[in-house]
Design a protein around this ligand. Structure first.
Ligand code: C2E
Ligand code: MG
Ligand code: MG
Length: 691
């Protein structure tokens, strides 16, 4: 049972109080009441009795019903106030109701009192509920308007019924335009399909869907959002309306995209890096398996790029790399991938080739494009490159293997001077690995003084007396085995180690031979081999001069051996360098003569003293008429140009005899003496009087 209703009676007549109390009881209302007749009493009662309803007479001595109503309406506006009075005019009654009375009941017709009180109480209760709901709604609306996320509701037919301020701003639409619109109009076409086919059905089934979609602003801008769609169901389980919250994730998306981009590209050129290349290769392999079309991986390495960096600075080097990257990109098809893996190392992935043989023409095109002279930062530069190719499936069935094998092919191209193209062939990798080991070993050998010099005497063919020695570099590995200079000199050249090594050989040879005083008092002639790279290096004559000064070795006793091919390769720079060397008064021999294609007129303009006939001709000349003719021609022409001629690699008496008949000047070879240590060779000269 509900508790008794608290009724406040503003009534001066005790009889009327009794009548009212009885009437209410009769009508089944259980009440607790209090009677007040003054303003002061009314104020207190409202405070501590907290009436649920007030019944007031209209005329009370010293206090009026109108005054009571005014006070009640001010301090307890939600408590119903009913006049219970004798006849008051119609007009007054209307006035009372207008100024806030809930009802009025005539004392002469008290039978209405119970129902009037009941109705007043019910309406008061309803008002409280309505007010609370209103307040809640108002507060929620405030929250929805304050949030920066889009909040919307749509009816079962998915027409917008609400869109908050942030949503209006995001879409660029007014609320009036929004309400009633089909919600799907606000999505991009892809998102529309997602919402219709996946999100809404999922919300209908599970109550809510959460995921990413994209909105479309009035200006056609796409806005990626993370979104929740909630289906609100009625008692019958059918969706009555939907609500959604969507958050703009443009910034996050851009950030994510940037991270992906950064992880996948080379910062300098903007080309894909190794990671992305790996991905593309994997994809291309899948495709190639299906289409049965070959796939080629071209590994591209710029030749002597270190020299660009050293000579022009890294800023120019970077610019060159950027240009080369762009050039490669522009030269191949859109479907091909151009990546940069390291310093001056690029890779081009040729996908979907019609024939494996097409690789060659693409490589040629790339080589041609790259070798065109270019101006960078006001400087004229010519960059050449080496390209090696590995094909799928023949040369490897995965990214790493293809890359390694293409790299081995590049290595081979480099070993042959660069500037060209080669396919991978099995066995190359081993060679490349061995080469890397060699590079490292050589570096260590230089640091740990594991290099030594051997000397091989040269003899005057007519007197059979020794005239001098050739210095030959020896490298004994940890296992005590000698590594042939024919193998390690090219490596030293390529890595630049030839500079310190060459200088060391020169100084060491001069110091060693200086001690071998002949009878005439001066040391014998000492030949030192000079590599092409040393010859190209403008500082070489200065180094020679310094070594001569520091060791005190007589310049006229030093002979520099330059191979014929080095001379041809180095062009004009070599001519200048030779002139500078000659000015130091050293002598110059052309080594391995006959293997290159130097013209005699070219040679005649060179400050040369001696020709050393390549040992291959010497070896074959006793068997091949043609080789004998070549040697004879070299001797005759050499003499005609005023040059001395030396035959290298003399191994038999027969060769020696033939050379004597040809009037060759000097000989060198195993028949007469093998290269040996300085200690072993010096005694030969003890008794000699050199001229
Ligand atoms: P090269 O200057 O033509 O040296 C002559 C090579 O012939 C030497 O080989 C020598 O040992 C070899 N030889 C001498 N007599 C005979 C013979 O009767 N029969 C045969 N089959 N060979 C003979 P090595 O010492 O192996 O040197 C090979 C090449 O390495 C040299 O050819 C030279 O180009 C280069 N080299 C050696 N030392 C140096 C060096 O200190 N600096 C530079 N830049 N190159 C060097
Ligand atoms: Mg030599
Ligand atoms: Mg030689």
């Amino acid at each position: 049972m509900s508790a008794a209703i608290r009724v406040l009676l503003i009534e001066d007549s005790p009889d009327d109080v009794t009548l009212m109390q009885r009437q209410l009881k009769r009508e089944g209302l259980e009440i607790e009441y209090r009677v007040e007749t003054t303003e002061e009493g009314l104020r207190r009662a409202i405070e501590d009795f907290r009436p649920q309803v007030m019944l007031s007479d209209f005329t009370i001595p010293g206090f009026s019903g109108a005054e009571a109503l005014r006070l009640a309406a001010t301090i307890a506006p939600s408590v119903p106030f009913i006049f219970v009075s004798g006849t008051i005019g119609e007009e007054v009654a209307v006035q009372c109701l207008q100024s806030g009375a809930t009802d009025y009941v005539l004392k002469g017709n008290l039978r209405r009192l119970g129902s009037a009180v009941r109705r007043a109480l019910r309406e008061a209760a309803e008002r409280v509920v309505a007010r609370t709901a209103d307040e809640t709604r108002h507060r929620l609306a405030q929250i929805l308007e304050a949030t920066t996320d889009l909040v919307a509701t749509k009816d079962a037919k998915r027409r917008l019924t609400f869109l908050n301020e942030a949503g209006c701003r995001l879409i660029g639409i007014t609320r009036e335009e929004a309400i009633g619109r089909q919600a799907e109009d606000l999505y991009t076409s892809a998102a529309r399909r997602l919402v219709r086919e996946i999100a809404v059905p999922a919300a209908d089934k599970d109550g809510a869907w959460e995921g990413e979609s994209a909105l479309l602003t009035q200006d056609g801008v796409e806005i990626p959002v993370s979104q929740v769609i909630v289906a609100h169901r009625g008692a019958d389980g059918a969706t009555q309306f939907y609500s959604t919250i969507a958050r703009d994730i443009r910034e996050r998306k851009a950030h994510e995209a940037q991270i992906v981009h950064m992880a996948n590209t080379d910062a300098l050129t903007g080309l894909p890096n190794r990671l992305l290349l790996g991905d593309r290769v994997a994809q291309a392999i899948v495709h190639s398996r299906r289409s049965r079309r070959p796939l080629a991986m071209l590994s591209i390495d710029l030749d002597r790029f270190k020299l660009v960096n050293e000579g022009f600075g890294h800023a120019v080097g970077d610019e060159v790399l950027r240009e080369i990257g762009a050039l490669l990109r522009a030269t191949v098809r859109d479907g091909d991938t151009v990546a940069r893996l390291g310093a001056d190392e690029f890779v081009v992935l040729l996908a979907d080739l019609a024939h494996a043989g097409d690789t060659y023409s693409v490589a040629r095109k790339l080589l041609d494009a790259m070798s065109r002279p270019r101006r960078v930062a006001g400087k004229e530069l010519r960059v050449t490159a080496s390209i090696g190719a590995a094909l799928f499936p023949d040369d490897g069935d995965g990214f790493e293997l293809l890359l390694r094998n293409a790299g081995a092919a590049v290595h081979r191209v480099k070993a042959q001077g660069g500037g060209s193209f080669q396919y991978y062939a099995s066995g190359m990798t081993e060679e490349a690995l061995e080469r890397i080991a060699l590079e490292r070993g050589l570096q260590v050998a230089l640091e740990q003084n594991a290099l030594t010099l051997h000397f091989q005497p040269l003899y005057d063919l007519r007197t059979r007396r020794p005239t001098g020695v050739e210095t030959l570099l020896r490298w004994f590995g940890k296992d005590g085995k000698a590594v042939s200079p024919a193998r390690f000199i090219p490596v030293a050249e390529e890595t630049g180690l030839i500079r310190p090594i060459g200088e060391w050989v020169l100084a060491r040879a001069c110091r060693t031979v200086l001690e071998w005083k002949t009878r005439g008092g001066s040391p014998p002639r000492v030949g030192v081999n000079v590599s092409p790279r040393q010859l190209r290096d403008g500082t070489f004559p200065g180094i020679v001069k310094r070594v001569l000064d520091e060791t005190g070795f007589p310049a006229s006793r030093l002979e520099l051996e330059i191979t014929e091919s080095a001379l041809m390769e180095s062009g004009d720079a070599a001519v200048r360098t030779m002139a500078e060397l000659k000015a130091l008064e050293v002598t110059i021999a052309i080594d391995d003569f006959g293997t290159g294609y130097s013209s005699l007129s070219y040679l005649s303009r060179m400050p040369i003293d001696r020709l050393k006939v390549d040992l291959a001709f010497v070896h074959r000349m006793t068997k091949e008429r043609q080789d004998a003719a070549i040697v004879q021609a070299v001797v005759s022409l050499g003499h005609a140009l005023g040059l001395q001629v030396v035959a290298e690699g003399v191994e038999t008496e027969e060769q020696l005899a033939l050379l004597a008949k040809m009037d060759c000047d000097e000989v060198q070879g195993y028949l007469l003496a093998r290269p040996a240590s300085g200690e072993q060779v010096r005694s030969l000269f003890d008794e000699e009087s050199t001229t």
